[in-house]
Write a protein that binds this ligand. Structure first.
Ligand code: NAD
Length: 321
């Protein structure tokens, strides 16, 4: 009887799709059930994985595992070397959450530009008149945005910025630059110079050795005074301590962050004190619609792996197939 483990926090649609297959065993694992996870992995065929970490010990204890169906596109919670060594494919949800993340990016851009938190607090706290005298919000119209990374998400953010009348520069050295110019945006080769030209910088690269702290103190110093930084990619792409210092000094106007170097951030994280910035708890891909889509893709990837026909387009380590 095939067995699928589901990390509890997925849309019930995943379970429904799996249960439609006669004879399927489903085990639901709660967030803190590490010991039980290891036991259940012993005879599992598939696991639908949210943010639980899967280490080498877990993977070596899972001899039947035919897929790790990641409920997202990042897979930094899986020991990929061990997955390769054990021959276990890791399948993501592909582009199922790209649009949702692009929308959160625009939300953070608007919320920082329009100082959403400050204005909301003014209404609730009775500070109606003072804040109206300060005219704190800025327009996106005719501002320059630098989109860093023109993959699934960056390429959806760029046209949404254009719709607001922004000049859109794109930095992505790893794709044909014609993809950027053919879409009507300006490719930039010199990241440093592009930082200095932008009113808003928005990050959409993967996290790797090259992009870790890509936005560090010198990069922030090169940005325009009063610029805004948006990060919906991975927390460590921006150096949190340097970002705090740049906002505290007034050089950077605000940050809109969905991701943090440590998640959740400690209450004492100084970034959290900046009320002109706005934060979301890594919910970039968690619209209701996307939660449903992600569950369906994960369940289908599990069924397909059990049937020996996993769609290679979702697999991030295809060498094991
Ligand atoms: P993708 O792989 O489709 O695109 C990434 C792009 O970045 C690629 O085009 C690549 O060429 C480019 N790139 C790589 N290194 C670069 C560099 N040094 N400079 C400029 N560009 C570079 O990825 P995606 O699906 O668009 O995801 C982008 C990021 O968003 C990832 O970090 C992903 O983990 C993250 N993400 C976050 C959430 C969330 O909930 N906040 C959800 C999904 C994805």
């Amino acid at each position: 009887m095939p067995k699928v483990i589901i990390h509890n926090a997925v849309d019930p649609a995943a379970r429904a799709l799996l249960e439609a297959r006669p004879g399927m065993e489903i085990q639901v694992i709660e967030r803190d059930e590490r010991e039980r996870l290891r036991r259940e992995l012993a005879d599992a065929d598939a696991i639908i994985l949210r943010y639980l970490p899967l280490d080498a010990g877990d993977l070596r204890a899972a001899p039947n595992l035919k897929v790790i169906a990641r409920h997202g596109v990042g897979y930094d919670n899986v020991d990929m070397a061990a997955a390769g060594e054990c021959g276990i494919p890791v399948a993501t949800i592909g582009d199922a959450n790209s649009l949702t993340v692009a929308e959160i990016t625009l939300y953070l851009m608007l919320a920082t530009a329009k100082q959403g938190l400050t204005h909301d607090a003014a209404v609730r706290g009775g500070d109606w008149w003072q804040v109206r005298e300060e005219a704190r919000s800025i327009e996106l119209y005719q501002k320059t945005v630098l989109v860093v990374g023109f993959g699934r998400i960056g390429s959806l953010v760029a046209p949404r910025c254009r719709a607001f009348g922004m000049a859109v520069n794109v930095c992505d050295p790893y794709i044909p630059q014609s993809l950027i110019s053919d879409a009507g945006f300006t490719p930039v080769a010199d990241f440093s110079a592009a930082l200095a030209d932008a009113d808003i910088v928005t990050l959409h690269t993967p996290l790797n050795d090259e992009t870790r702290h890509m936005i560090d103190a010198p990069a922030l110093a090169r940005m325009k005074k009063g610029a805004i930084l948006i990060n919906t990619s991975r927390g460590p792409v921006a150096d949190g301590a340097a970002l705090h210092a740049a906002i505290a000094s007034g050089h950077i106007h605000a940050a809109g962050l969905d991701v943090f170097e440590e998640e959740p951030p400690q209450p004492a994280n100084p970034l959290l004190a900046h009320t002109n910035s706005i934060f979301t708890p890594h919910i970039g891909g968690l619209s209701r619609e996307c939660f449903y889509r992600s569950a369906i893709v994960c369940a289908q990837n599990s069924l397909d792996a059990i049937d020996g026909k996993l769609n290679a387009a979702y697999v991030v380590n295809p060498e094991v197939l």
